[in-house]
Every structure is written in structure tokens, then in C-alpha cells.
Design a protein around this ligand. Structure first.
Ligand SMILES: NC(=O)c1ccc[n+]([C@@H]2O[C@H](COP(=O)([O-])OP(=O)(O)OC[C@H]3O[C@@H](n4cnc5c(N)ncnc54)[C@H](OP(=O)(O)O)[C@@H]3O)[C@@H](O)[C@H]2O)c1
Length: 276
């Protein structure tokens, strides 16, 4: 086992747990940190951050809930300052594509004095199978406030591969990898692919953002979460990200994984079976 300690913030999340799995398989010493670990790391409370950074050589940083929310840039600034003080040598930041506030957080990291790698990612495939959209897929109808805008969805496994390369191999410091999947899909295209490969009748329905927000309010979803949903589905999904990039190839020397391959593998796990 390597004597270096690599900290994974959000180590049980979609990308974090994949990074942890890969690093552990390589024999790296890994420390997971989030609200449920000991010591705990909570993005809303910096008082515990120093303890988590003690003895850390490098870190993977996935912010919660999103770098676009108020306070995120300041939080990244504080984390960078404490990391520099604690002698952390490399920070790998997961950033969001097409978000001005995320760019500001990236700038903060770039000027922190700590070596950095930025992974600026498009929307993940795994939103359909591990979080936000899973329930809709299982129920047979995914309802979202988005129309025919195209998104170059990316596999969280590709992001984890890049993070691990950046944390364990030379040549990634000072790099910003803007990463996407290999092709553009509408949300309807994505749902149709899942329906085709699972053999299920799964519909995609577009609703007006105002109606969607009203529905969330009725479900008593917290206001800051509703703000984020509105921001993501109006500003970020306004067509600005309707391009693919070669970021995965730049970082890994191979193409990104395709949505159809992810759907085939994920369908075989049974996660998309009808729950009714
Ligand atoms: N989903 C996408 O399509 C997409 C695309 C581009 C970028 N991103 C960015 O990816 C990041 C999220 O990464 P992910 O999807 O890998 O994570 P995730 O699946 O959202 O995982 C959540 C992780 O964060 C921890 N967490 C939740 N709230 C926390 C808090 N207040 N303080 C500290 N830890 C907290 C959770 O553990 P505990 O519950 O134990 O705290 C868990 O380990 C966000 O910054 C997002 O903007 C996402």
C-alpha cells in the first residue's frame, strides 16, 4: 500500500465512489469524507475541514450540491487555503460545464498555489440510474422541464478514470479537461434508448418550467434546491452545451464511453425494472 493519503470529498457519491474503488484497487491509501464520515466534512460548515485535511497529500473535490449555488466559490476558496496550509500537493476539482459560477470556482483553485487538475463535465449518464431521473424511469414516465435541447451526456466512469489518472500519474497538473460523451442526445433520445434496451414502455414528457417548479413547491422541496433546478434547466440547458469535446481523449488517450453501452450494462443490473 502506498504511503500517500488521497482524500475523496463526496466519496460515496456517483463519481466519488468510483474514484475510491479505482484508487483502492491500485493499493492507494484513501480517506473518504462527507457528512456521514468520522471526522465529518460538511460543505456548509468549515469548522471540521482542517481535521479532514490532516496528513492528506492529494484530494478529489466534488462540491455539493453544485458549484453554481451561492457560497460555492467562497467555500472552494476556503478549502484551497486550508489545503495549502496543510501541505496538500494536488487538488482535482469536478466542475460543471456551462456555469459561470463554476468558472469562478475554477479560477479560485487555479490561483490557490496548490497544483490542480479541473474536470469540467457535462451531465452524467448515471443521473438516469443512480439519482435524479431514476424514479421517473422506473415509473414509466420521466417528466422534466426540458425540450429538444441536446446534451453530450458523459459516463461517471470516464470522470473517475480521469480523476484517478490525475491523482496518481504525472502530466495532469495545470490541466483543465472539458469532458463530454461522444454524442449529443436529447433527454427524449436518452429515455428512448433506455426503453428500447429494457423493452419497457417509458415515456419522456416535457413540462413548462413554471409548472414544474409549482409541482416541486407542492412537494415542499426546499427553495434553494428549486432555485438550482430552475437554473440548471433554464440557463445551463439553453443550448450553450450542445457540442462535444475531446477532453476524455486528451486526458486518457481513448474515446469516451457511449450512452448505448452504459444503457446495456445498466439494464442488465435490473435497476430500471418496473416497480409497479
Ligand atoms: N450530475 C451531473 O450530471 C453533474 C454534471 C457535472 C458536474 N456535476 C457536479 O458533480 C458534483 C457532485 O458529484 P457526484 O455526482 O459525484 O456526487 P453525488 O452523487 O451528488 O454524491 C453526493 C456525495 O456528496 C456527499 N454530500 C452531500 N451533501 C454534502 C455536504 N453538504 N457536505 C459534504 N458532503 C456532502 C454525500 O455524502 P453524505 O450524504 O454522507 O454527506 C455523497 O458522498 C456536483 O458539484 C455537481 O455540480 C454533476
Amino acid at each position: 500500500m502506498s504511503s500517500e493519503t488521497i482524500l475523496i470529498l463526496g466519496g460515496s457519491g456517483k463519481t466519488g465512489r468510483r474514484v475510491v474503488g479505482r484508487l483502492t484497487a491500485k493499493g492507494k491509501q484513501v480517506r473518504l469524507a462527507s457528512r456521514s464520515t468520522v471526522p465529518a466534512f460538511d460543505w456548509t460548515d468549515p469548522s471540521g475541514w482542517t481535521a479532514v485535511l490532516e496528513g492528506v497529500d492529494a484530494a478529489y473535490v466534488s462540491y455539493q450540491p453544485d458549484l453554481s449555488v451561492p457560497g460555492a466559490v467562497e467555500a472552494i476558496g476556503t478549502l484551497c487555503r486550508l489545503a495549502a496550509e496543510k501541505g496538500v500537493k494536488h487538488l482535482v476539482l469536478l466542475s460543471g460545464r456551462g456555469e459561470d459560477e463554476a468558472l469562478a470556482a475554477e479560477e479560485t483553485l487555479k490561483h490557490s498555489g496548490v497544483a490542480y487538475t479541473i474536470i469540467r463535465a457535462s451531465w452524467f449518464f448515471q443521473n438516469f440510474s443512480e439519482t435524479f431521473f431514476l424514479e421517473g424511469i422506473q415509473s414509466g414516465e420521466l417528466v422534466l422541464p426540458v425540450g429538444n435541447v441536446k446534451e453530450p451526456f458523459i459516463d461517471a466512469d470516464d470522470i473517475a478514470d480521469i480523476a484517478v489518472a490525475a491523482l496518481t500519474e504525472p502530466g495532469h497538473a495545470g490541466k483543465t479537461y472539458e469532458v463530454t460523451g461522444p454524442r449529443l442526445l436529447t433527454f427524449g433520445d436518452a429515455v428512448a434508448e433506455i426503453a428500447r434496451q429494457t423493452g419497457r414502455d417509458i415515456r419522456f414528457t416535457t413540462v413548462d418550467i413554471g409548472d414544474y417548479v409549482a409541482m416541486l413547491e407542492q412537494e415542499q422541496i426546499p427553495a434553494d434546491y428549486i432555485w438550482l433546478i430552475r437554473y440548471l434547466f433554464t440557463s445551463v440547458l439553453d443550448g450553450r452545451n450542445e457540442t462535444t469535446t475531446d477532453g476524455v481523449a486528451q486526458a486518457l488517450g481513448r474515446p469516451p464511453r457511449d450512452f448505448a453501452d452504459y444503457v446495456r450494462e445498466t439494464a442488465a443490473t435490473g435497476v430500471w425494472e418496473d416497480l409497479k
